[in-house]
Each structure stands twice: as C-alpha cells, then as structure tokens.
Design a binder for this molecule. Structure first.
Ligand code: PAF
Length: 282
C-alpha cells in the first residue's frame, strides 16, 4: 500500500485507478486504527476495486476544550494495519494541505437542525467540522462508495443528509459496531480509560441493552426508562451527557407508534467521553 500526503499525488493515483476502470471506495478516518476501522476497510473492499483510506485528525470537529492535541497519532502502526487489510492507498495529508486558508478562513458545509442536537448540543460546531471535511474528502477522492461506522450513528445520519441535500454522487455504507467480548464498543478514545475505568465502560452498552429489552417487553414510558438508565450509569461511575430514544428515520424523539427506533447515548468516564447506540425494532 502506498501513502500519499498531497492532493496532487492522490489525484495521480486515482486517475490511474479510474483509467483502469476501477470502482473507488473511501474509508475516512482520524487514524489510531483498531479492529472497527479494519472492518470498514473490509466492507469497502467488498464494494470497490480500489480502496482509499484517509487519516486526518480534523481540527474543525474538535471544540476548544476538547482532545485535539492529545488525540492519538499512530501513523506507522496504522500504515502496517492498512497494508495487512488489503487497502490500496492511504491519504494522510497535513493540515495546510487540507485547509490552506487556515481553520477560520475555510468554507464550511453544515446540515441544519440535526447538527445541533444530541452530540451536536454537547459539542457545538462538531458536525459542521465533520461535514466540511467529509465533503472535502468526497470532492478530492470522488469515491463511488464511502464507508462509515454505525457507532457514530448521528454522524452517519448527518452525512447521509448532506449527501442527499447536495446530491453528492456517492453510495454510503454503514458498518455495525465492533465490540470487545464484554460489549464495549471499540473506539480510539477508549485509550484514555484507566485499567479500572475499562472494567466500568461496558456498563454503557449493558445499559442500552437493558433499555432495548424493556422497550421490546412493551415499556413505553421513555422518560422513565431514560432516567433509570442515567441513574444506572451514574452508579457505575459515569457522568451523564445524554440518552435519547429516537426513531431511526429522522433521529427525532420516538412516539408511541414508532417501530424502528435507535437509543443513542453519550457519557463521560474519567477523561473519556464515550458514545454508543443500539437499534431496536418493535
Ligand atoms: O468518524 C471519524 O473518524 C471522523 O469523524 C471522520 C468521519 C473521519 C471525519 O473526520
């Protein structure tokens, strides 16, 4: 697998692949790859002949007091894993290559409404940063197919809205969350957890699983379910951010008649903010 860091070199590689009639797949990442990312590459390889992964720790999606500086950067290990996975090309640009006008001079892409809810409420500007970089990567790579993890459920929803609103000619694929045996969703931010916190962290998914079971058993008092879940998390040592029971179609609060639901949650544990979700069909 080759690594390119400039847009020019990226285009040279892509022109060659396209001239050979290859279908292009894109897996955007911020690096520090784990098994979850490799699943995304695997999925891309099933839908494309030439798979490009990108690694770019996008400053525009981090708030001023967030973890941009300490976000793990492990390029050599990532390159080795991507090579093993069968990925064809890594695009790993620096910030000046992507944002030549700086962080404040950059044109933004923003999906209104949903970008301000849930993770967007806790992390103002986050989704604007995500849609800006993903749109830029779509324009740079012009992939036939792009693959994202369903762990970032709201992110995938926001990106789908952007693709639909702007008629971007790309097929989106969402890949299910990769979990440790104890249920903990794999995430680069799990690296912020102490050994003790790592034993507590699976409680997040266990709590969502309990909620899903209660919903399936006919419990329809969403407010009470959410409050009990928050208390369960707090007893385990989490600090609350949000839990919501939503309908999947538009990610707005579920009503009694909705059948296709998703429970999304975010909570702080030590230095980490963990997110997870579970889809529930009633
Ligand atoms: O999910 C991520 O890792 C990032 O939000 C993404 C999609 C690569 C954009 O920076």
């Amino acid at each position: 697998m080759q690594t390119v860091t400039t847009i020019k070199a990226l285009h040279e590689q892509l022109d060659r692949a396209r001239a050979e009639g290859k279908r292009i797949g894109l897996v955007p990442t911020m690096g520090n790859l784990h098994q979850g990312h490799l699943r995304l590459v695997e999925a891309a390889l099933q839908h494309a002949d030439f798979v490009v992964a990108s690694i770019f720790v996008n400053p525009l999606q981090f708030g001023p007091s967030e973890d941009l500086e300490r976000y793990p950067r492990t390029l050599a290990e990532d390159q080795a894993q991507l090579t093993q996975s069968g990925c064809h090309l890594l695009f790993a640009p620096n910030e000046a290559e992507i944002y030549p006008h700086g962080r404040t001079g950059q044109t933004f892409v923003e999906v209104p409404g949903i970008s301000d809810l849930y993770c967007g409420a806790s992390r103002p500007g986050h989704f604007r940063g995500v849609t800006t970089i993903v749109n830029k990567l779509f324009n740079l790579v012009r992939p036939d197919v792009a693959v994202f993890g369903r762990k970032d459920y709201q992110q995938l929803h926001v990106i789908s809205r952007m693709v639909s609103d702007l008629s971007i000619p790309v097929e989106l694929i969402g890949v299910g969350t990769e979990r440790a045996d104890n249920g903990l969703a794999l995430s680069s931010r799990n690296g912020y957890l102490s050994a003790e916190e790592l034993t507590v962290a699976p409680t997040l998914y266990a709590t969502l699983t309990d909620m899903a079971r209660a919903l399936k058993q006919g419990d329809s008092d969403h407010a009470l379910l959410i409050e009990h879940a928050q208390q369960q998390l707090e007893r385990a040592g989490f600090v609350r951010d949000y839990i919501h029971i939503l309908r999947r179609s538009d990610m707005l609060p579920a009503r009694a008649e909705d059948r296709e639901l998703v429970i999304i949650a975010a909570a702080y544990l030590g230095a980490a903010r963990l997110i997870d979700n579970i889809e529930v069909d009633l």
